[in-house]
Design a protein around this ligand. Structure first.
Ligand code: ADP
Length: 423
């Protein structure tokens, strides 16, 4: 029954009682009595609602008029919310079950860094106990400084990989953190020891082979060098072959040197770098060196900022020198190459630009792969090893930077090493 129907019934009742009361000479008393009756009835209904609200899981009591409607509406809303809650719980349980079954360690932390939930796979990785450690501060339980630094820095754009325990059975972990909700974070921790050791073995193998090959090659080049100093001693057809052998031996030496340098940069990647680099000095040193090796080159220096970066001087010198030599190699002779040091917002850019052959866009994503060449004939004519840009990319990563490549075929290229500016 609606409120309008109830109100009109109540008014009708009051009018009838007032009329009857008037017939007997007590109209006011009769009305007061009716009003008291209505109040008493309403109070009784309200009390029933109040009692039911204490145990809302029970069916609501039968109630008269609008009270009945209020009760059934409340019951309906409450049932709906119970159902939604149950559904939510099923989803949460399902997610937790799937995280619990994962081989990777998973831990969820709240805004303050306290553990909300963790799975058992995390126990051997971070040394936590499931579920006893729930509620504890994660950084109080994990003792590795690299982990805590990464966790507290709040910059999770790249995953963290670190040596969690050294010795005969080393343990390398990879940690990825994803923020969610209102400041909560979920951490995935994976044991990557096998992959790291395999990669180390590959690096060591390449370094050892390169090293072993260098000794006989040095002897061969040495003899060839001394043989070729006396060209008159050999007939012309031998001389041509000997010269070619000399060239190829030099190429192989360059290749071995690049391979050794690359494996050294890779193995130094996790060593912290803290040398302040004088970029102006580096540019000047490179220009002086090029006068001897590439006397016809034109190098334009554009130093637009005095800001410095922290890094490894030898590595950065080799990267910039690789880029500049490429720019000279792949440009018509006499074309200037510009070397710039500029501040762009919060980024410091070390740029090498040329107006040379340029590179088709389809090759750019693969340029930094080892031995990738745009055109074999182009590279072999210039004596390239195909390792130059791989070295540059690794140097950039080892010095907390990034290599960007822009190029237009036939117009020229710009290679940029981007670093984050400090202060
Ligand atoms: P390479 O020793 O063959 O020069 P790099 O790794 O240094 O090897 O370069 C890979 C390829 O990228 C080169 O073979 C060349 O085709 C192309 N390349 C590099 N730098 C330039 C440039 N400045 N202009 C045009 N092509 C370039």
């Amino acid at each position: 029954m609606t409120w309008v129907a109830v109100t009109s019934r109540a008014l009708l009742l009051i009018t009838v009682v007032a009329f009857v009361g008037a017939l007997y000479g007590y109209p006011q008393e009769a009305v007061i009595l009716v009003l008291l009756g209505i109040c008493g009835f309403s109070y009784h209904q309200m009390r029933r609602v109040q009692l039911w609200l204490r145990t809302p899981e029970k069916m609501p009591p039968d109630a008269f008029g609008p009270w009945g409607e209020v009760l059934s509406r409340m019951y309906f809303l409450q049932r709906n919310s119970q159902e939604a809650q149950a559904q939510l719980q099923v989803t949460v349980d399902y997610l937790q079950d799937s995280f619990a079954a994962m081989r990777d360690g998973v831990v969820m932390v709240d805004t303050n860094g306290c553990i909300k939930w963790l799975n058992r796979s995390l126990e051997p990785l971070l040394g936590l106990h499931c579920p006893e450690d729930t509620g504890q501060m994660l950084t109080n339980l994990v003792r590795a400084p690299e982990f805590n630094r990464y966790f507290l820095a709040m910059d999770y754009s790249a995953p963290l990989q670190y040596l969690a325990s050294a010795g005969d059975n080393p343990l390398y972990l990879r940690v990825e953190i994803t923020p969610f909700g209102e400041g909560e974070r979920i951490l995935f921790v994976r044991d990557v020891t096998k992959a790291v050791l395999m990669e180390k073995m590959r690096r060591e193998f390449v370094a050892n082979v390169s090293h072993e090959l260098r000794t006989p090659l040095t002897v061969i080049s040495g003899y060839l060098g001394s043989i070729l100093t006396d060209t008159k001693a050999f007939p012309e057809h031998y001389l041509k072959a000997l010269k070619q052998m000399g060239q190829q031996a030099e190429r192989m030496e360059n290749l071995l040197n690049d391979l050794l340098w690359l494996s050294r940069i890779e193995s130094e990647q996790h060593i912290s770098v803290h040398e302040s680099i004088d970029v102006r000095g580096l540019f000047n040193e490179l220009r002086d060196d090029l006068v001897e090796s590439h006397p016809n080159s034109i190098l334009v220096l554009n130093i637009a900022t005095d800001k410095t970066i922290f890094g490894d001087y030898r590595q950065l010198y080799s990267a910039v020198s690789n880029l500049v030599i490429n720019a000279i190699k792949y440009s018509p002779e006499g074309t200037p190459v510009t070397l710039s040091w500029i501040l762009q917002g919060h980024k410091l850019c070390l740029q090498v630009s040329d107006h040379g052959l340029g590179i088709d866009a389809s090759h750019i994503p693969r340029l930094t792969e080892r031995f990738y060449r745009v055109d074999d004939s182009r590279s072999s004519a210039t004596g390239g090893t195909g390792l130059g840009l791989a070295i540059v990319k690794h140097v950039a990563a080892a010095n907390h930077g990034q290599l960007n490549i822009e190029s237009i075929l036939g117009e020229g290229s710009t290679f940029t090493l981007v670093f984050r500016a400090r202060g």
